[in-house]
Design a protein around this ligand. Structure first.
Ligand code: OSB
Ligand code: MG
Length: 372
């Protein structure tokens, strides 16, 4: 496939319900989409960099110029046979993993279409159904949180994850467990705690949690290993794992027992597969994280989740939890028993709604190889 042109665009989409983590609340998303135009095929992907550099140092306004100044020039006009060949072409640029992932994944998408293969099979997936969980943000009141949990359980989700921070943690977990003593429950702190809170974090052990996700600093492994020795609850790392080597270090040092894989955070499908493989070889279960994606990023998460070692329910849930109208067709739906089915159709198995995307677009730029 010859990479003839690349289009970048920003679309804006209001969330159905605000989403609050330990670093703040979002009501609406600014989403960067990328299209790789190759031999009449359009490969699509989403850059998961957020509106602000809070979850990671990347944000939408850093990803855009990184892609236009450095990433696109490294691939434009080239002929690749596989999406994964983008990795070495982009290797000179340090960091900026979410920006790189967007470009690489668009090329995987184009490759799957060109080969008329399901993307999930091209990635090496084997699962035909993906178990789904939900991530529920911090709410205005505990009552509102309980109501939300009730709703998601009724829909059929297999795991409830709630966001926690100091002041919204043990008190909340007591209320949740008082009502549902045996649901599969986990928490995500997004680095809200420090070493001073080891004694406090020990109290989480009484709630029989599946895991506590990223309790300490985003760039730390060492102190997570110290903390894991003190806790019965499994630590799951999200922010700390940016590449397969981090996963190997985390596992070897005992910094976690579970890993959350986000394809954007680790820099694309190729590295995500490596993280998956490292964890599988150490018998560490993984699950697919989410970044409040539109349908385009969501269906890539579904494809990735078909790999064998995605053994725990992911934060990959239905379109309608996030959007009044999603930009893919059909929308992502979850069955009554909390599963998303994948099919034997080429590409992602979902159509991109270009007409709707055009309406939501607030900024657009196409880069072509100039002749000669
Ligand atoms: O830490 O997993 C996280 C959303 C934005 C940034 C970070 C995280 C999240 C979520 C939501 O937990 C997952 C989703 O439903 O997409
Ligand atoms: Mg997380």
């Amino acid at each position: 496939m010859k990479i003839e042109a690349i289009t970048l665009r920003e679309i804006q989409m209001p969330l159905v319900h605000f989403f609050e983590t330990s670093f703040g609340r979002v009501y609406s998303r600014r989403i960067l989409l990328i299209t790789a135009h190759c031999d009449g095929i359009n490969g699509w992907a989403e850059c998961v960099a957020a509106e602000d550099p809070f979850y990671s140092s990347e944000w939408i306004e850093s990803a855009w110029p990184t892609i236009t100044h450095y990433l696109v020039p490294a691939v434009l006009g080239r002929t690749l046979s596989q999406g994964r060949e983008a990795v070495s072409l982009l290797g000179k640029i340090r960091g900026h993993r979410m920006a790189k992932a967007a470009l690489e994944n668009a090329l995987w998408d184009a490759e799957a279409q060109e080969k008329k293969q399901p993307l999930w099979k091209l990635l090496g997936g084997t699962r035909r159904e993906i178990p789904c969980g939900v991530s529920i943000g911090i709410q205005d009141s505990p009552e509102q949180l309980l109501e939300k949990i009730q709703t998601e359980l009724a829909v059929g989700y297999r795991r409830i994850k709630i966001k926690v921070k100091p002041g919204w943690d043990v008190n909340i977990l007591e209320k949740v467990r008082a009502r549902w003593s045996d649901i599969t429950l986990s928490v995500d702190a997004n680095s809200a705690y420090t070493l001073d809170e080891f004694e406090h974090l020990r109290k989480f052990d009484q709630f029989n949690l599946l895991m506590i996700e990223q309790p300490l600093w985003n760039d730390d492994l060492y102190y997570h290993a110290r903390l894991q020795k003190e806790l019965r609850t499994s630590i799951c790392l999200d922010e700390s794992i940016e590449q397969a080597r981090d996963a190997a270090c985390a596992v070897e040092t005992g910094a976690c027992k579970i890993i959350n894989i986000k394809v954007g955070r680790v820099g694309g499908f190729t590295e995500a597969k490596k993280v998956h493989d490292v964890c599988q070889s150490h018998n560490i279960p993984v699950w697919c994280g989410g970044m409040l994606e539109s349908g385009i990023g969501r269906v890539h998460n579904i494809a990735l989740s078909t790999l064998e070692n995605f053994r725990l329910p992911g934060d990959v849930s239905a379109s309608k939890r996030y959007w009044k109208e999603d930009i893919i067709e059909p929308e992502v739906e979850v069955s009554r028993d909390g599963l998303i089915a994948v099919h034997d159709v080429p590409g992602t198995g979902y159509l991109v709604r270009e007409d709707l995307i055009e309406k939501l677009t607030v900024k657009k730029e196409t880069m072509r190889k100039s002749l000669g």
